[in-house]
Design a protein around this ligand. Sequence first.
Ligand SMILES: Cc1cc2nc3c(=O)[nH]c(=O)nc-3n(C[C@H](O)[C@H](O)[C@H](O)COP(=O)(O)O)c2cc1C
Length: 167
Amino acid sequence: MEKVGIFYGSSTGNTEKIAEKIKLQIGEENVETINVYDATEEDIKRFRNLIFGTSTWGIGDIQEDWEEFIEAFENIDLKNKKVALFGLGDQEVYGDSFAEGVAGLYRHFKDKADLVGQWPNEGYVFESSDALVDGQFVGLIIDEDNQRKMSDDRIKKWVSILQKEFI
Ligand SMILES: Cc1cc2nc3c(=O)[nH]c(=O)nc-3n(C[C@H](O)[C@H](O)[C@H](O)COP(=O)(O)O)c2cc1C
């Protein structure tokens, strides 16, 4: 598998922590983690395998550093790249907008890139989420607020899916 770039937006550190765990699971020598707050289009260009991760703020909003990145690099070229998404949320307090930050990434990138790494909707309890498309989550969903103990196992399974789908 070619080198992987993990770009994450994180306000209180949870998404950053998960990005680092995904890195370790893939193999740290083969992965770079980059805070999207500091990222440029040139950083994205260096990878054909990309992972974009965001938490959810407001009611179903994408993390703010991602909003700025998307605005700044609206026409970024992701052709011939594979992009996997992951999103964090809190299904107990925000069960009506669970992990919808990642839905913002999905809407922005779905026609620009080959999206991989969809994730089954099992093991979560929530009312609704725009992150569900055709009965599957658009990417890995992690809930550090309520299901922290399940995160390592979820990451392990998701990385094994990516290993088949990445270039
Ligand atoms: C003010 C506030 C708004 C939030 N809104 C949502 C939401 O709409 N949906 C959701 O699933 N989680 C929501 N969350 C939960 C966060 O996404 C979650 O705690 C996440 O792990 C934070 O990750 P970060 O530290 O990487 O930013 C919210 C949390 C706060 C404090």
